[in-house]
Structure formats: structure tokens, C-alpha cells
Design a binder for this molecule. Structure first.
Ligand SMILES: [Zn+2]
Length: 842
């Protein structure tokens, strides 16, 4: 299809192009849209434009896991280009409710391209957008820049995009093959959508668990733009999607934010109508989950939008659609370019109003915070390490907090009991007052019940941080004033003058696991207690790590120094004891004190396995624990040297090998000989189907009764076609929170109280293990807490097993039916997973 150039003035711009600034076509040596441009060439083009155009500032704000640069171009009028820092600072001040508009403040538009790597058109469109914004022959764009600063990030996910582009360029036909079943239209596992660790970066804005998000959001929060667009692609057949977004909207989104989305949508529509291009709005892409590239800006005062072109990793350079038309990369560029320009145009037209609304947004957030709760208190509860992790997350999201001023009393909603109770605020507790500029984000992250305006949503519907972190918290209806000073954090343990018999470390946070990981890799011998004990007037719960001098004598005099340094490095506290004789419980030589053998861990990957689930585990070992892991492709499992493996992890996925008797027998044999198999999410269902002694709970115990009821009301089957979406959600569970009862005497539950809040994302539940195993985490009758669950599924989710251990010969199978490492933000699950890897079966 012929290239369609957007807007008459843009065409004129091409004719009188600035001689010095090359067009993408001139620079690359081929017309945009005829091939995918490798990332390094995109960077080169941005550098060339920055070097030749007067009003572009190029910044490298970071690097990816694979070492590629993350860049952004800031484009302003010649007048504004000289005062960019002042503009940035004023925007930041407005977002801190410090200073209003001075009448001279341009609106800041931030355009983010290619967060999903295989939606590879976006970066191509970014080059064209950059060119037209600096093309001083284009009177229209130069006019917009008078009151608008445009930030272009051409590629948020270079590693994923490069995976796609390499794949495409190495498999494509000389002349693009439009048959969607040709190899060039079918990416191999894991595809290019996610980053190096297969994380979906468009789910990571608030949590910032990935290097790319950490660096980008830090930069974003230094600018606090007024408009943000996230460019995407969807399936080939879908027409273009732009704002206004679909329900459900979170009720924190203001009428003005909705209204500007409509204005922008109408302007986009105008250009699409002119060209006769198809589009849709108000469906499918909702504004609820806070960690997207549209909601995150929304909860931070900006107008955040998602634009979706039809195409993505399936479309290549050209692909035949079902209606007989060919969708080309050139078409896709034209569409994303059109909405890029149209959005900047509206921003410029509405600049004054946008700035004043933006100022008001933060003033209102500070003076009249929305929602019923005006303060939140998070109890330290003897776990300052976990509290610190939560504090870090708040800091990353500009949320102000302090600590308990003086021990005092208050009354509030207890997240864990669901009741309003009186409680005491201690000095080390975290206190957050809602009267602050970022109260909307605060409320979204802390509200006990998510406010859904509709139940058909795209993602999880519950994420309240007290559940995700497992920290006792209260939502309070009155404002509490926190003390500014943080309490003294327990670290910098001095080297003991006496040589203790043993060091004791607690086991209840991720930092404790990091500490253990380091000790094991340094060949320090570590034990843990299976039962609680008391020594020196202090109680130590089950799971406490014991590092005795005995067995570690090889380190000689360096032993104490090493243990102390490592404890300080991970900011954990240690107790030193002079004797192995305890006051209550078992002495350190008892067989209740278990030796932790350093495990050799293997993780399965490959076709059929969830790349997201697998990537979370890979990232957890490499980037959080810094513990070695061997990733094995499932194809090679039969050839693998099993003697080298102590722990084998099966992430969420379908397993071909479990359908093969010989492979399954080999796996069972390995378990019987002492192997530890950890199955997560749907891998548990696969194991259950392969006769490992685990049974999936039947969907309806009461099926007969139900069928009878249907007969009694025969017209129930006559469901209106128009309601099909509503009907289908009866079995739907996009992600809701359930309270799991834990057997804290089992090592799988060490470090937890008697309960754990799980993010339930499917209806899978297992029958209680009756023989040869342990039901460690179970759902009882009333375990539902928060988030959307379809009526049918809610009925099923009770009286069953989620986390447990099935013994088999010398080894065991550990069942983790829900994902404890979800997006790496479900902080409280990380210890559960670590228990499975390091403690169970030792
Ligand atoms: Zn996308």
C-alpha cells in the first residue's frame, strides 16, 4: 500500500526540509517502513538529529540488562530550549503543590514508544515524529512548540525489540511473505514482547522491579509531564484504538482527565476520518490497575493514554488480513505518527487549561484528599526489613511518609481482620498522611477494596500493599501527623570481642534469604531450627538461622569478621550466643536443627512454559538472590545430567514431557531418589494429571444438585447473546486476594504468621493430601478478601489446598498453586518460594 502522508502541512514540510537535519529515510538509506531498523541505528539517528537540530536535547537515562542505551529526546522551541531545567523544575513544583503556573509554563508531552518489544512499529514511528518536531520547514509543529515541550522515548524496551527485529530480519523472505503462517510471522518462544527477564514492562510502572522501569520512572518523576502516551500494537485484524479509554475507570480519575481524553480522541478521529482509517475507542483498554503506562500517569495528575495499532509480532513488514487487504509496516507507521502529531496538537491548543487543571489536581490532592481514609499506619511488627522494602516503594512513587511521633493510640480499619479496631502507634511504625500532593496514588495503592466501576477488566483487580507485603496495617479516617525522622535502623553490628559459639539470624524477610544465599555461596555452613527455642531470655521462632563456629573453622579468625560484614551488607540483625545449650527447646546439636545443603537448582524454560512465570523465577535468582541457577530447555530434559540437580522448578505452563511416560517415570525416579520438584501455578495441575499423588479439586461437588436446579428452571439456558461477555465472567478471576491458613510448624511456612494473603489468578484448587504429605497453605470456607471473582468461581474456591508438600520416596514435590513471585511485586511471597528452595526437605 502506498505511503499516506499525514496532513498537508507535513507534506509541505518534506518539500522544504531543513537541509541539515536528515530525514529518517535519508539517514537510514531506505524508506521507513520497508524494514525494521535495529536499535543501534535508531540511537544513531537520534544522535544525528540532536547534533544538527538546535532545539533537541538528547539524554541517555540508563541502560538495559543487555547493555543497550535507553534514550530520550527533549524537543522545545528555541526560546524554551535554553530554559529546559527551569521548565522541568516548575512542572515538578506544580506536582508538589509548591508553586502555581507562572503563565509562561509550556505543557510537557511525553511520548513512549515500544514498551512491548515485538510491537516494533512504534520505534519506526518515533523517528518520523522526531523529525517532524524538529523540521523547521513544518510551520505547524514549530507553532505547537511555542507552548509545548515534547519528550520522545523511541524505545522503552530495546532488549525485547532487538529480540524481535533479529528474529524477523533473519527469517524474512526477500520479498515480504504476506501469508501469516510463514515463519517470519511466527516468533519462537519467548517472543520479543517482554524485556530480558521476560517481564512485561507495561505492568511495572508502579513497582519498578526491572532495571528499565527503575531508570525510566525515576526520570519521568523528575519531569512529571502533563500528557503521556504509550504506543502499542494489538492483533492484526483490530482497527486502531485510541482514547477515551474503556470502563472500568478507577474513581480517582478526575472529570477533567476524562474530558481531555475525549478531546484528544475526537482530534485523532478527525484525521482518521479524513484518511478513511478504521478505529475504535471506549472498549477493551481500561484504566484501573495502577502499573500501566496510562494509569500510572493518570494517578500522577497527567492524562495517560494507550494507543494500539493492529499488527504486533505477527505482522512483519506486510501481512494479509482476513478482509483481503494487506497491512503494511508503512500503514502502521502512518497511524502511530498521525496520533502522535494529533495529540501534540491538542496539547498545544489546550496548553493553558491543561496547566491550570494540572496545578489544581495536586492542590486538591493535598487539601482535600479523596476517599474515606485520611491516614495509613503500617506496623513494623518486629520486621523492619520488610517495612524498609515498603518504604522504598513509597519513595520511588513520590509518596511522603514518616514514622510514629510518639507511642499513641488510634482507631482504624485493620486490613487483616477486616474490622475497625483501636491500636497503638509505635515509634518505628510507618505513618502516611493523605493530605499530600500524591494522595491519589497513595489511595490507589492502599485502598482495602478496589473501586471497580465495571467488572470486565484486563488485569488484576486487587493489589493493596498491606496484603502484598504481609504487613499489619490500618486505614484511619482522621489525619495523623507523622514524625519526620526515621527510627534508627538496626545495622552496623560491631564485631564482637568474645568469640561467640554461634550467630543467630532471623528468617522472615527477603533480606534474610539474600544473607543465606551469600553465606551458602561462600561455603559457610548454616543450619535452621525446626522448632522454636529460647536462649538468653529471648525467643527464637522456627526457621531461625544458626551459624555455629563449629563446622566453619576453616575460616579461622576471619569467620566473625565475615559474618558481621555480610549481616551489615544486607542490613539484618544478628544475635550472638556463647553456648549451644538453650533455655527452652532443643540444643544446637539436636536433629531438630537442620543443616542447609547448598542446592543445585535447575529451572525449566521453553515452548509451552509461561515466559512470564519462568522469567520471574530467573530474575529472582539472578537479580535478587544473586544465587546460581541453571536454566534448562524442556527439549533437553531427557538428556540432562540429573545427578547434578537437587531442585527442579517447573514454572506455570504446559509440559509435553508429562504426557510422555518414559520422561515422567524418569522424573519420578529422580524424586524418589531425593530430588525436590517445585511446581508453580498450572504446572501443579499438570503434575496432578500425571499421577504424582496430587488431585485437582472437582469443579462442582454439587453438580447433580445444580443440574436438577437447571431442569427446575428450564428458561435459565436462554441467555441473551448481547450479555455473553457478562455471562463469561462468572468463571472469571483476573486476580483477587484470598486469605490462606498456614501450618507454621512446616518449613514451607517458616517466617509467616498463621496466614498468608495470596493473589488468586485462576480457579485451581487441590484436594487435601491425606497420606504422605502436608497441607501447609489451605483455603477454608470464608477466605475471600478483595478483588473481582466471578460468581461461579467464588463458589468453588473453598476447602482446598494451595501450598503443600507431597512426599515421594526420599524426595518431595512442592506445590505452589498460586504465584508467590507475581511480577516480583508480591513481596510477601518471596519468602514462601525461598522456603521451598532452601528449607523444605533439608
Ligand atoms: Zn503492547
Amino acid at each position: 500500500m502506498r505511503r499516506i502522508v499525514f496532513m498537508a502541512l507535513v507534506t509541505l514540510g518534506f518539500l522544504v526540509a531543513n537541509a541539515q537535519v536528515p530525514t529518517p529515510d535519508q539517514f537510514l538509506g531506505y524508506p521507513l517502513g520497508t524494514q525494521f531498523t535495529p536499535h543501534y541505528r535508531v540511537v544513531d539517528y537520534f544522535k544525528q538529529v540532536a547534533a544538527t537540530a538546535k532545539n533537541v536535547k538528547l539524554e541517555q537515562y540508563g541502560t538495559t540488562y543487555e547493555g543497550r542505551p535507553l534514550i530520550m529526546a527533549i524537543i522545545a522551541s528555541p526560546e524554551n530550549a535554553g530554559r529546559l531545567d527551569e521548565i522541568r523544575q516548575r512542572s515538578l513544583d506544580m506536582s508538589n503543590a509548591k508553586e502555581g503556573n507562572n503563565g509562561n509554563q509550556p505543557v510537557i508531552v511525553w511520548l513512549s514508544y515500544n514498551v512491548h518489544g515485538n510491537e516494533a512499529v512504534s520505534t519506526e514511528a518515533a523517528m518520523q515524529a522526531l523529525y517532524e518536531m524538529v523540521n523547521n520547514g513544518n510551520a505547524q509543529t514549530q507553532q505547537w512548540l511555542k507552548n509545548t515541550v515534547v519528550i520522545i522515548d523511541p524505545c522503552l524496551n530495546p532488549d525485547g525489540r532487538e529480540r524481535y527485529v533479529n528474529f524477523y530480519n533473519t527469517t524474512r523472505s526477500v520479498k515480504p511473505n504476506v501469508n501469516r503462517w510463514s515463519r517470519e510471522h511466527n516468533e519462537p518462544w519467548p517472543g520479543g514482547r517482554a524485556n530480558h527477564y521476560y517481564f512485561d514492562l507495561n505492568r511495572d510502572w508502579a513497582w519498578q522491579t526491572q532495571k528499565e522501569s527503575q531508570q525510566r520512572v525515576a526520570k519521568y518523576n523528575q519531569w512529571m509531564p502533563q500528557l503521556h502516551v504509550d504506543f502499542h500494537e494489538q492483533e492484526i485484524e483490530a482497527p486502531y484504538y485510541f482514547a477515551p479509554a474503556a470502563e472500568p475507570f478507577h474513581d480517582a480519575i478526575t472529570p477533567w482527565q476524562r474530558q481531555l481524553q475525549v478531546l484528544i480522541g475526537r482530534n485523532n478521529a478527525k484525521y482518521f476520518d479524513e484518511q478513511g482509517w478504521l478505529y475504535f475507542t471506549k472498549e477493551r483498554f481500561d484504566l484501573f490497575y495502577p502499573s500501566y503506562g496510562d494509569t500510572y500517569p493518570m494517578y500522577n495528575g497527567a492524562i495517560g493514554m494507550t494507543y494500539e495499532q493492529g499488527g504486533s509480532g505477527r505482522a512483519g513488514v506486510a501481512v494479509l488480513k482476513k478482509d483481503g487487504d494487506t497491512l503494511t509496516l508503512t500503514d502502521r507507521i502512518a497511524h502511530h505518527f498521525a496520533t502522535s502529531m494529533s495529540t501534540i496538537e491538542v496539547a498545544s491548543q489546550q496548553a493553558g487549561k491543561i496547566i491550570s487543571e494540572y496545578t489544581q489536581y495536586f492542590d486538591a490532592a493535598k487539601k482535600t484528599p479523596q476517599g474515606g481514609y485520611k491516614s495509613y499506619v503500617v506496623k513494623a511488627g518486629g520486621n523492619p526489613e520488610k517495612l524498609n522494602s515498603l518504604a522504598e516503594l513509597l519513595r520511588k512513587n513520590n509518596i511522603a511518609f514518616g514514622f510514629g511521633a510518639n507511642a499513641s493510640g488510634a482507631s482504624g480499619f485493620n486490613y487483616f481482620t477486616g474490622k475497625t479496631e483501636t491500636f497503638t502507634i509505635d515509634k518505628e511504625d510507618l505513618v502516611i498522611n493523605a493530605f499530600q500532593p500524591h494522595s491519589n496514588m497513595l489511595r490507589v495503592l492502599f485502598e482495602p477494596v478496589s473501586h471497580l466501576t465495571d467488572s470486565v477488566t484486563y488485569d488484576i483487580t486487587a493489589w493493596a500493599l498491606p496484603y502484598a507485603y504481609g504487613l499489619t496495617s490500618y486505614a484511619v479516617k482522621t489525619p495523623l501527623t507523622p514524625a519526620a525522622d526515621a527510627p534508627v535502623v538496626r545495622n552496623n553490628i560491631p564485631l564482637s570481642a568474645q568469640k561467640p559459639y554461634a550467630y543467630l539470624a532471623q528468617w522472615n524477610s527477603l533480606r534474610d534469604v539474600k544473607f543465606l544465599s551469600s553465606l551458602l555461596q561462600h561455603d559457610i555452613k548454616v543450619r535452621f531450627t525446626e522448632t522454636p527455642f529460647s536462649v538468653g531470655g529471648k525467643d527464637f521462632p522456627a526457621g531461625t538461622l544458626i551459624i555455629t563456629r563449629s563446622g566453619n573453622t576453616a575460616r579461622g579468625n576471619q569467620f566473625d569478621q565475615f559474618i558481621t560484614t555480610e549481616a551489615n551488607r544486607f542490613k539484618i540483625s544478628l544475635d550472638a550466643v556463647a553456648s549451644g545449650f538453650v533455655d527452652k527447646g532443643t540444643d544446637f546439636g539436636s536433629d531438630k536443627i537442620r543443616f542447609i545443603k547448598k542446592p543445585h537448582v535447575a529451572l525449566l524454560a521453553g515452548k509451552g512454559i509461561s515466559s512470564l512465570g519462568m522469567g520471574e523465577i530467573w530474575h529472582f535468582f539472578e537479580q535478587q538472590l544473586d544465587f546460581p541457577i541453571t536454566v534448562v530447555d524442556e527439549r533437553n530434559i531427557d538428556d540432562m545430567d540429573w545427578d547434578q540437580t537437587d531442585v527442579l522448578i517447573l514454572p506455570d505452563g504446559d509440559y509435553k514431557m508429562l504426557a510422555d511416560k518414559a520422561s515422567t517415570d524418569k522424573l519420578k525416579e529422580w524424586v524418589k531418589n531425593g530430588g525436590k520438584l517445585i511446581a508453580l501455578e498450572s504446572a501443579v495441575a499438570e503434575i496432578a494429571g500425571a499421577d504424582f499423588g496430587i488431585k485437582q479439586k472437582k469443579e462442582d461437588e454439587d453438580k447433580d444438585g445444580k443440574e436438577k436446579a437447571v431442569v427446575a428452571r428450564p428458561y435459565d439456558a436462554l441467555k441473551p447473546y448481547a450479555n455473553r461477555e457478562r455471562e463469561s465472567i462468572k468463571q472469571f478471576i483476573p486476580g483477587a486476594i484470598y486469605k490462606v491458613q498456614m501450618d507454621t510448624t512446616h518449613p514451607l511456612a517458616f517466617g509467616y504468621p498463621g496466614y498468608y494473603y495470596t493473589l488468586k489468578q485462576d480457579a485451581n484448587l487441590y484436594e487435601f493430601i491425606e497420606n504422605g504429605g502436608w497441607n501447609v497453605g489451605v483455603l477454608k470456607k470464608d477466605s475471600y478478601l478483595s478483588g473481582f471473582v466471578g460468581a461461579d468461581t467464588r463458589q468453588q474456591l473453598k476447602d482446598g489446598l494451595l501450598f503443600g508438600v507431597k512426599e515421594m520416596g526420599e524426595g518431595e514435590i512442592i506445590i505452589l498453586a498460586d504465584n508467590p513471585l507475581f511480577r516480583s511485586f508480591w513481596e510477601n511471597g518471596k519468602l514462601l518460594f525461598s522456603n521451598a528452595v532452601f528449607l523444605v526437605g533439608q
